[in-house]
Ligand binder design. Structure first.
Ligand code: ATP
Length: 414
């Protein structure tokens, strides 16, 4: 199927080198292939990004030292980052790691003290914010309280001096995109938090930027509304084929929405990749710990038969998935991959097993979490999900076996 046929099936009328209008009244970026027609990742459901996609944003050795304080604060320490055209890209990391600084430098609100930032091949390092084809959505929404929805969204277009007809067309499309058609004449105070966030989003999108930056835009919403808005953001980004750069504290939120996620630590990039890769093959203990819940098992490496394993007490064994680089190593095992049993008898040979005593049991509704004291290996967290979760058995004090398959074990690089 040609790209044109694919687009045709989505109801697209014509192709121009600007934003395109779909028959349903939604708009798209030129060359963007509709969401449903694109190859999807089986694990995440997100569009699989072609490696050949060009970079739209490049950070090259970007440094930022704030001069306040006696020695100054080095917020970015030689940040190198490349964001591809059309991807939903999130930046996460612990508080103070430099996420917001990176976003503000990209928007032009902060000047770096070193390095280079490019947008679509153009060096924008010293360009003022208003000369960058970038819009930003803030956590605080920053809507004008005395203007209604229509006026808020139209404001930027008025300042740019666009003709009335063009303004009205664009505003109507943006309102339709964020599904606020029945609220156009309301003031921000007459809208819910989620609706205000939609207005802020429409106000940014109406300018048709090359890049949309979102700084914790969902932080002020309650958990349920956050979830709805996550789906909405994903839908809008996929429909427009626009590049979104999203900063959040919330790893689950970033994973739910993003094609790729960057994990920052101390002003540098720790790892970047699709959520599945970060979760399954973290490049460091820091990443493994930051992404989801983790159990780390450290010990001396031995061989049992021809297979590498960690030394343990008789009857217990922790298999390694491959030969490690050194004589001691650290393994990662996720709590949801572990099983609690009363006996290890009859288990297959490739199953790792540790003896322990239940120290704590926490009922979480959909799952039950156990802390199991495994002696030399410390406290191991086990998460059991579904009707088989032993919510009533294994009370604290019960002697148990913690077991898991060799294939779900990951060696953490030193
Ligand atoms: P959070 O998740 O808490 O928002 P962050 O990862 O976004 O954190 P930044 O806001 O980028 O972190 O800050 C990085 C570092 O730079 C922090 O140590 C912060 O205190 C410092 N910093 C940020 N802005 C300034 C400023 N204007 N003046 C001085 N120091 C600053």
């Amino acid at each position: 199927m040609t790209a044109k046929e694919k687009i045709g099936s989505f109801g697209l009328c014509c192709i121009t080198n600007k934003i395109l209008y779909a028959a349903q009244g939604r708009y798209m970026i030129a060359g963007a292939i509709p969401f449903a027609a694109q190859p999807h990742d089986q694990d995440t459901g997100r569009i699989r990004m072609a490696n050949s996609k060009p970079a739209i944003v490049e950070f090259e050795n970007v440094d930022k030292t704030f001069s306040s304080g006696r020695d100054g604060t080095r917020a970015l320490a030689g940040l190198n980052l490349s964001i591809k055209q059309g991807e939903f890209f999130s930046i996460i990391g612990p508080s103070g790691c430099g996420k917001t600084t990176a976003l503000r430098i990209l928007a032009g609100f902060e000047a770096p003290t070193g390095g280079k930032v490019s947008l679509d091949g153009q060096d924008i390092t010293t360009l003022p914010p208003y000369r960058r084809d970038i819009n930003m959505v803030f956590q605080s929404y920053a809507l004008f309280p005395h203007m209604d929805v229509q006026e808020n969204i139209e404001y930027g277009l008025r300042r740019k001096g666009l003709p009335r007809e063009e303004r009205q067309k664009r505003v109507a499309e943006a309102i339709n995109l964020v599904q606020l058609d029945s609220h156009v004449n309301r003031k921000p105070s007459q809208l819910s938090g989620g609706q205000q966030q939609r207005v802020a989003l429409a106000r940014a999108l109406v300018n048709r930027p090359k890049l949309l930056l979102l700084d914790e835009p969902l932080a002020a919403l309650d958990a349920k509304l956050r979830h709805v808005m996550q789906s909405e953001l994903k839908r809008i980004q996929a429909e427009l084929g626009l590049t979104f750069v999203f900063v959040t504290h919330d790893q689950r939120e970033a994973f739910a929405m993003s094609d790729r996620v960057a994990i920052m630590n101390g002003g540098r990039l720790e790892q970047v990749g699709p959520p599945v890769a970060l979760y399954r093959t973290p490049s460091s203990r820091f990443v493994a710990d930051f992404v989801g819940h983790s159990n780390f098992l450290t010990g001396a490496v031995t061989r049992i038969g021809s297979q590498p394993a960690l030394v343990s007490e008789p009857g217990c064994v922790v298999w390694l998935p491959a030969d490690p680089q050194s004589q001691t190593c650290t393994l990662l095992v996720r709590p949801e991959h572990l099983t609690l049993r009363t006996s290890a008898a009859g288990l297959g040979e490739s199953i790792s097993r540790l003896r322990g005593v239940v120290a704590e049991r926490t009922y979480l509704g959909a799952q039950v979490s156990f802390a199991v004291d495994c002696g030399n290996y410390g406290m191991i967290t086990v998460e059991c999900t579904g009707p088989a979760a032993p919510a009533t058995n294994f009370i604290p004090g019960t002697e148990v076996w913690v077991t898991w398959d060799r294939d779900v074990t990951t060696i953490i690089p030193d």
